[in-house]
Design a protein around this ligand. Structure first.
Ligand code: PLP
Length: 407
C-alpha cells in the first residue's frame, strides 16, 4: 500500500480539532500515540458483541473472548517473530514487563555481590526496578555511560563485565534523544560471556522492525499505547527456556493448574505469568493496532517519519539560539529534543501549547541522562506517521515565537 498521510490522518479522529484557535499539532507521540478508528471501533465492538472473561467459561462468549485473546497473542508473536506464541506474556506495559523480569530473575539468579548492567540512557522504568532490587539483595548496578555524541559507549560497556555479571538490561531507542542503540552488538557481546539480555523496546516497536530471533535477546518489553493501541496493555517476550526458569511474578486465578490449602501447581507458559483477569480487551486493541501498522508497513512508516525528522532538523537549524540534541546521526528515530538558549523548557512548552502545538518538556523520566548531559531538561517533539510537514512548519513558527517572547 502506498503511504498516504492524508488518508492516514482521517483514521485518527482526535487530530481533527483546534487548540487555542490553532489546528492541533500533536508532537507528543513518544509519550503516547493517538488511536486509529480501527482500534477505537475494535474496542467498542468487543464490548458490544464479544465481552466475557477469558479462560474461564464453557459458554459461547467466553470461548469467543478466549479465542480472540489467544489470536492477539499470535499477532504479537508474528509481529516480533517470536518462535512460539507462549513466549508472549501480556502485561500492563513496558514498566510491568521489566518489573516482572527484574523481580523474578533476581529471585532465581541474583545473590549479594552480583552485578547488573544497565545504561545511563535508560528510562527510569529500566533503572529503578533493578536499582531497588540490587539494594535489597546487596547486588551492584553498573551503568554504561553516554559519549559526547549521544551514543552508548560500547568500549566502556565491554569493560563493565565481570564473572559476577548476571544480566544486561538496556533500551533500544532513547525516548529523550531518539538515538537507536546498536543492541545486536551489545547482545552478542553479553552472550559471549553467557549473560542474558533484556531489551526495552518501548520506543522502537513503533518505528523499527523487531525480530526477536534475529536479535537473539532473552527478554524484550514494550507497551501497546506507544504503538496505537489502548493504554494498560503491554508485552513481555521471553525465550521459552528463560521464562521456564523464572518463578511466577504474581499469584492468583488463571495461573494455576491445581490448588490445595497447602500447595499450588502452576500453569505452563504463558499463563504462569498472567495471574488474575488480564486486560484481554487491551490485547484485542493491540491486535487491531498491529494489524493496522502491518497493513501500512513498518518500513514505510519508518521512511516517512525519517523524512519528517530531516525536514524538522533542517528548519530548526535555521533558528539561532536553539540547541538541539543528537540530530547529526543517521541512527535516530523521529524524536527532536531541543532547548532555546536562555529559556526554560517548561515555558517553551507552554507557549507552543498556546499555538496549538503539543510537545513534552522536562527530563522525560531520564534523570541520569540529563545529569550526564548537564542539562535541566529539554522540549521534545516526537513525530508519528500521521504528522505532516505543514504541522512541522506550524511547530517551527511556534518555536520562533517562543524564542521572541522568552529571550
Ligand atoms: N522505556 C522507555 C524507553 C520509555 O520511553 C517508556 C515510556 O515513555 C517506558 C519505558 C515506560 O513505558 P510505560 O509507561 O508504557 O510502561
Amino acid at each position: 500500500m502506498a503511504f498516504d498521510v492524508r488518508k492516514i490522518r482521517k483514521d485518527f479522529p482526535v487530530l481533527d480539532q483546534t487548540v487555542n484557535g490553532y489546528p492541533l499539532v500533536y508532537l507528543d507521540n513518544a509519550a503516547t500515540t493517538q488511536k486509529p478508528t480501527a482500534v477505537i471501533e475494535a474496542v467498542a465492538d468487543f464490548y458490544k458483541k464479544k465481552n466475557a472473561n477469558v479462560h474461564r467459561g464453557v459458554h459461547y462468549l467466553s470461548n469467543l473472548s478466549t479465542d480472540l485473546y489467544e489470536q492477539a497473542r499470535k499477532t504479537v508473536q508474528h509481529f516480533i517473530n517470536a518462535r512460539h506464541d507462549y513466549e508472549i506474556i501480556f502485561t500492563r506495559g513496558t514498566t510491568e514487563s521489566i518489573n516482572l523480569v527484574a523481580t523474578t530473575f533476581s529471585q532465581a539468579f541474583i545473590k549479594p555481590g552480583d552485578e547488573i548492567i544497565i545504561t545511563v540512557m535508560d528510562h527510569h522504568s529500566n533503572i529503578v526496578p533493578w536499582q531497588q532490587i540490587a539494594k535489597r539483595i546487596g547486588a551492584k548496578i553498573k551503568a554504561v555511560p553516554v559519549t559526547d555524541d549521544y551514543q552508548l559507549d560500547f568500549e566502556a560497556y565491554t569493560k563493565l563485565f565481570s564473572p559476577k555479571t548476571k544480566i544486561v538490561a538496556l533500551l533500544h531507542v532513547s525516548n529523550s534523544l531518539g538515538t537507536i542503540n546498536p543492541i545486536k552488538k551489545f547482545i552478542d557481546f553479553a552472550h559471549e560471556r553467557d549473560v542474558p539480555v533484556l531489551i526495552d523496546a518501548a520506543q522502537s516497536i513503533q518505528h523499527e522492525r523487531i525480530d526477536v530471533q534475529e536479535l537473539d535477546c532473552e527478554f524484550l518489553a514494550f507497551s501497546g499505547h506507544k504503538i496505537y493501541a489502548e493504554t494498560g496493555i503491554g508485552v513481555l517476550y521471553g525465550k521459552e527456556e528463560w521464562l521456564d526458569k523464572l518463578p511466577p511474578y504474581q499469584y492468583g486465578g488463571d495461573m494455576i493448574k491445581d490448588v490445595t490449602i497447602e500447595d499450588t501447581i502452576f500453569q505452563d507458559l504463558p499463563l504462569k505469568f498472567e495471574a488474575g483477569t488480564n486486560n484481554y480487551v487491551g490485547a484485542y486493541s493491540l491486535k487491531a493496532a498491529l494489524d493496522y501498522v502491518s497493513q501500512i508497513g513498518i518500513e514505510e512508516i519508518a521512511k516517512y517519519e525519517k523524512h519528517l525528522l530531516n525536514y524538522a532538523i533542517e528548519k530548526i537549524q535555521q533558528i539561532d539560539g536553539v540547541t538541539f540534541y543528537a540530530t547529526k546521526q543517521d541512527n535516530k528515530v523521529s524524536v527532536l529534543s531541543f532547548n532555546i538558549e536562555g529559556a526554560h523548557n517548561y515555558d517553551v512548552g507552554m507557549i507552543l501549547d498556546q499555538m496549538g502545538v503539543a510537545v513534552r518538556t522536562g527530563k522525560h523520566c531520564t534523570h541520569p541522562l540529563m545529569y550526564a548531559l548537564k542539562i535541566p531538561g529539554t522540549a521534545r517533539a516526537s513525530f508519528a506517521m500521521y504528522n505532516t510537514t505543514e504541522e512541522i512548519d506550524q511547530f517551527i513558527e511556534a518555536v520562533k515565537k517562543a524564542k521572541q517572547m522568552l529571550t
